[in-house]
Design a protein. Sequence first.
Length: 117
Amino acid sequence: VQLVESGGGLVQPGGSLRLSCATSGFTFSTYVMRWYRQAPGKERESVASISVGGRIKNYADSVKGRFTISRDNAKSTVYLQMNSLKPEDTAVYYCNALRVALGSDYWGQGTQVTVSS
């Protein structure tokens, strides 16, 4: 099982980034996918989630209206489009694959997002 995040980097406040999480080794289309983030000195928090079919999406209040989660089941990839970025969005962003029925819970290695002028 592999989950590989990419797309992080340094961006100015108000800018945009698109994170990708390419996966392999499991049946991607049957897993709920999530993005989490962890800022220095803080607990990991859920940012967004997307259902297996992609129709149901949930967001943390702090990112609603600015972030959009999407998935491409044909490519086994989940995305996080981040717009209007703020310094408080600075964190390591992780993707997660969850299938409760199987007790399967997979994580990527994370990608750093830094929002600073």
